[in-house]
Design a protein around this ligand. Structure first.
Ligand code: SF4
Length: 378
């Protein structure tokens, strides 16, 4: 009889290092940022990526001065721990992906999962969620799975056209198009065994789901990213307002900024100003509760105008709904960037003064990218 214990074996597996333990620091496709052709920043906040990446580089091969390290440590110490709710949301995202992997195996279209991708010129590494085979064409397709819910999820998914109802196009998140666009560009664009990639969304609350074809097209001005919704709404092919090269440039800029320790400005707002709230109201981007509150604010303003005209004292202004950019809502850096009431917090004096003599330069450059051993990356 053997002394081997199944449960002890499982327990030893639980004690192993987690994925994500120290490894050569890279940037991630989910951290892509661009300034689009309208001048708007899309994707991940460059300040958030800066601190995440600087901390990873410092842990791998210390290169920051004491003062710079203190600032990175301050960022780390102010990290807002994720609530149980948020952790469950993250896990549900993983479970949705696991479900799609399992089902794609059941229906015979599964090829691979967690395929590593590394773009050396920008030091970007990521993993493809699913590679599937299209049984109709025999070609491979990269699938990126995202789970959504609530007002934002409904907007992302859209509605099918039925009877007299014209339906509504879904609106994929720019950051997801950037992530999948990067994978498609690097893995599939020049490989004839691949066809369009697929960005798929599932609503955790309703079971509604959506699918968008995503592909890239090299042009003289850069590599364009295109998408077309195929489910539940049949959409038109649409080109996004930035190119793959715009994204890669930003990754390279972030790498350089962490080397030079140039802290980027905030790209997003934890709490929108009145002007931004009005713009969001006018473009229909507010959920119901915020929309109703804005209407109360407008009504109070016109009431006050009448009161002032009648020589009466105006009533107190109503407070703005709590609303800002999703990037700040989920960001570790909230306490670093903002005061408790959502007003922007200044950087430590030597940084905000822009006095480079007070901000010591890095002691050493990191290992040159050419020398990176890929076995360390994955
Ligand atoms: S809190 Fe907002 S502005 Fe600050 S780093 Fe995070 S996303 Fe950027």
């Amino acid at each position: 009889m053997s002394d081997w214990s199944f449960m002890s074996q499982i327990a030893s597996g639980l004690k192993r290092s987690n994925r994500g333990d120290p490894r050569w620091p890279t940037l991630w496709p989910s951290e892509a940022t661009v300034v689009d052709s309208d001048g708007n920043v899309q994707g991940r906040c460059r300040r958030a990526t800066f601190f995440r990446y600087a901390a990873a580089r410092q842990a791998w091969e210390p290169y920051l001065s004491e003062q710079q390290k203190d600032l990175v440590d301050l960022w780390q110490s102010l990290k807002k721990p994720h609530s149980d709710y948020t952790l469950f949301v993250f896990k549900q995202g993983d479970l949705y992906e696991d479900f799609l992997i399992e089902m794609s195996k059941n229906v015979g279209v599964f090829v691979a999962t967690q395929t590593p991708v590394y773009i050396k010129s920008a030091n970007v590494s990521g993993k493809i969620d699913i590679e599937a085979i299209n049984p109709e064409t025999g070609k491979l397709s990269i699938v990126e799975a995202k789970s959504v819910h609530g007002f934002g999820g409904t907007k992302t998914i859209g509605k099918a056209a039925t009877g007299k109802y014209a339906g509504k196009a879904g609106e994929p998140k720019e950051s997801h198009l950037m992530q999948l666009g990067t994978y498609h560009y690097w893995v599939a664009q020049a490989d004839e065994s691949y066809e369009e990639s697929r960005l798929v969304y599932g609503d955790r609350g309703t079971g509604q789901h959506a699918e968008f074809l995503v592909w890239t097209e090299p042009k003289e001005s850069g590599t364009e990213i295109w998408y077309r919704q195929t489910l539940p709404y049949q959409g038109q092919a649409t080109c996004v307002k930035f190119t793959i090269e715009d994204m890669l440039d930003q990754f390279q800029l972030t790498h350089k900024r962490t080397s030079d320790f140039e802290i980027p400005d905030r790209d997003f707002d934890l709490q929108y100003s009145y002007e931004k709230m009005v713009a969001a109201y006018n473009s229909g981007d507010l959920p119901k509760v915020a929309k109703v509150q804005m209407e109360k604010i407008f009504a109070r303003q016109s009431e006050n105008e009448s009161r002032v005209a009648e020589g009466k004292k105006p009533l107190a202004d109503l407070t703005l709904p709590k609303r800002g950019d999703w990037q700040c809502s989920y960001c570790d850096g909230q306490k670093f960037c903002y005061e408790y009431d959502g007003t922007p917090k200044p950087l430590p004096e030597w940084v905000s003064l822009g006095n480079p003599s007070k901000a010591p330069k890095p002691k050493a450059e990191l290992m040159p990218m050419e020398d990176v051993d890929l076995s360390e990356v994955f």
